[in-house]
Design a protein around this ligand. Structure first.
Ligand code: DX5
Ligand code: ZN
Length: 220
């Protein structure tokens, strides 16, 4: 069985001490850096953009997992590759020609992911599932950290896992939003491979121990 991965969300970091928080992730048992890019149009919030990602990439020593919450992401695929993104995830709801977008991401040498909002049925990914490296299941409505986990996520993850197995596909399932020690075990049992955690990690007194604990729950 492959080991389950932990991806701290940098959105919840202290931006005044960004390098310190990046080094904390480098030192920790976390596997990926989860980077949330928001445009204020697809989601009702603006996070950070290219210059900040560039600064993060300079110090980050682990896989950079970029979650684009922007409309018309095709405009920036090349730039995100050049900035050091290893995985680029676009939203199903933001792409008219999703298949083309996935191919364009791969053509730039990145792994391709598709994210689905809480209201989006997993069945809509059936025709592209074999092309995907990752499916990101939103377990809150995208736009903000610190929201509470939507319980319907477990059943979505189970359905998605079944689809992946039935199609002999190899996409990883990533769950993003409201992940804590309270839901991690059940998410992994449902089929999740990667757990994103923002506030749960960064609001903790001992962030290294919190990551270690989550990793342990996910792999036990
Ligand atoms: C929300 C973002 C998440 C967010 C998760 O739109 O996609 O990655 O940072 O934060 P928490 O873990 O605090 O819900
Ligand atoms: Zn995210």
């Amino acid at each position: 069985m492959n080991s389950k991965l932990i991806a701290p969300s940098v959105l919840a970091a202290d931006f005044g001490n960004l390098q310190r928080d990046i080094e904390m992730i480098n030192k920790s048992e976390a596997d990926w850096f989860h980077i949330d890019i928001m445009d204020g149009v697809f989601v009702p919030n603006i996070s950070y953009g290219m210059p900040v990602l560039k600064a993060i990439a300079k110090h980050a020593k682990k896989t950079i997992d970029v979650h684009l919450m922007i409309i018309d992401p095709d405009r920036y695929i090349k730039e995100f590759a050049e900035l050091g993104s290893n995985i680029l995830t676009v939203h199903y709801e933001a792409c008219t020609h999703l298949h083309r977008t996935i191919q364009a991401i791969k053509a730039e040498g990145m792994k391709a992911g598709v994210a689905i909002n809480p209201h989006t049925n997993v069945d809509l990914l059936k025709d592209v599932i074999k092309d995907l490296d990752l499916v990101l299941v939103m377990s809150v409505n995208p736009g903000f950290g610190g929201q509470s986990f939507i319980e319907n996520t477990y059943s979505k993850v189970r359905q998605l896992k079944e689809m992946i197995v039935n199609h002999s596909a190899s996409a990883l399932i990533e769950v993003d939003g409201g992940v804590t020690d309270k839901n991690a075990a059940k998410l992994v049992k449902a089929g999740a491979d990667v757990l994103v955690a923002g506030s749960y990690v960064f609001k903790a007194k001992d962030q290294l121990e919190t990551i270690k604990g989550l990793k342990k729950i996910a792999n036990s």
